[in-house]
Design a protein around this ligand. Structure first.
Ligand code: FAD
Length: 301
């Protein structure tokens, strides 16, 4: 854990960035600033989430298509099974393929009502593994799936959750992106369990740079991620000190990623929440530097 992160430019780190589809023209402008700020870092890919029950279908499509055609970045579209027949989901996937989208993040999704148990549509895909198989039957998409270092709340046991991840990879996914977590050891233990289960596909740690602690607590409660007591203590008392809070946020995120890097992690997936500064700063600390536009476009091609 003593890697002198600030002493060298490793240049061996690959990053990806996740965005959500903007709800208004003003938010689209803001996202575009973020995309342009992060694009020079030549991410392996960026991805755009899909709202509960397909509520953002058109906005996700429009955002992904614009990132590919205007920012010339490799972009992935998230897609879920919720509240849709197989035919409806297949039609969305076919439209993506026609629009030049080659990478899908395939998810089961959650019911619209928070905490409600998942009930598959009677004519729909039953879960993410079923969706992956369906997508592969449509076109040779590159497919990413979700993984849970602290176990998915619906899972009977950590082993059952890893079996489920294995089913998604066996159905044709080529990598997984993890739910966020706040202790590097959580990811290292998960990585060991995956190796023991014979899973060798890349599993990218999902990094949520925390700046709004109250919002993070809400996200974590919804997905079962543990918030360490030390983190609560570090952000306490900073609600009315936004500049200091931002500096603390950067320090926490930098230390977190430094420890992941020291533990051998070389791929980082950032939940940007459509903000560039923290993700950019962490990338910089990890030795990721802007690249020429030509190199980025070569990656997108
Ligand atoms: P699955 O892999 O299908 O599994 C869900 C749970 O059900 C697991 O516990 C699994 O063990 C269990 N299970 C599945 N199949 C079986 C079976 N046959 N037998 C027994 N148990 C089974 N949500 C959105 O709405 N939009 C998004 O854009 C989005 N993006 C995400 C991106 C990432 C990187 C992550 C980590 C999550 C994202 N989510 C998104 C949230 C996700 O939809 C939820 O976590 C959802 O509850 C589970 O989706 P999944 O794809 O992991 O489901």
């Amino acid at each position: 854990l003593d890697t002198p992160l600030f002493a060298g430019l490793p240049g061996d780190v690959a990053v990806s960035f996740e965005f959500f589809p903007p709800k208004s023209d003003a938010m689209m402008l803001q996202l575009w600033d973020v995309v342009q700020a992060l694009a020079p870092l030549a991410p392996e890919f960026v991805s755009v989430t899909y709202g509960a029950g397909g509520t953002t279908r058109d906005r996700t499509h429009g955002t992904v298509a614009r990132i590919i055609s205007e920012a010339r970045l490799p972009a992935a579209a998230h897609l879920t099974c919720v509240d849709a027949t197989k035919a409806e989901v297949n039609a969305v996937a076919e439209a993506y393929w026609e629009a030049g989208v080659r990478h899908i993040v395939a998810l089961r999704g959650d019911m619209g009502e928070p905490g409600a148990p998942f009930v598959p549509h009677p004519e729909g895909y039953q879960n993410a593994a079923d969706l992956v198989a369906g997508l592969k039957a449509i076109a040779p998409f590159d497919i990413s799936v979700a993984a849970y270092p602290e176990m998915h709340p619906d899972s009977a046991s950590p082993e059952a959750d890893i079996d489920n991840l294995k089913r998604k990879l066996d159905a044709g996914a080529s990598r997984a992106i993890s739910q966020f977590f706040f202790e590097p050891e959580t990811f290292f233990r998960f990585r060991d369990r995956l190796a023991a289960a014979g899973i060798d596909a890349p599993v990218l740690p999902g990094i949520l740079p925390v700046s709004n602690f109250a919002q993070t607590r809400k996200f974590a409660a919804a997905c079962g991620a543990a918030i360490p007591a030390w983190m609560e203590g570090l952000f306490a008392g900073l609600d009315t000190h936004p500049a200091a809070r931002q500096l603390v946020a950067a320090t926490v995120a930098a230390e977190f990623c430094r420890r992941l890097y020291a533990g051998g992690v070389r791929n980082f997936h950032f939940y940007t929440l459509n903000r560039a500064e923290l993700s950019y700063a962490i990338c910089h600390l990890l030795g990721v530097r802007p690249k020429a536009a030509a190199a980025i476009q070569e990656k997108a091609a």
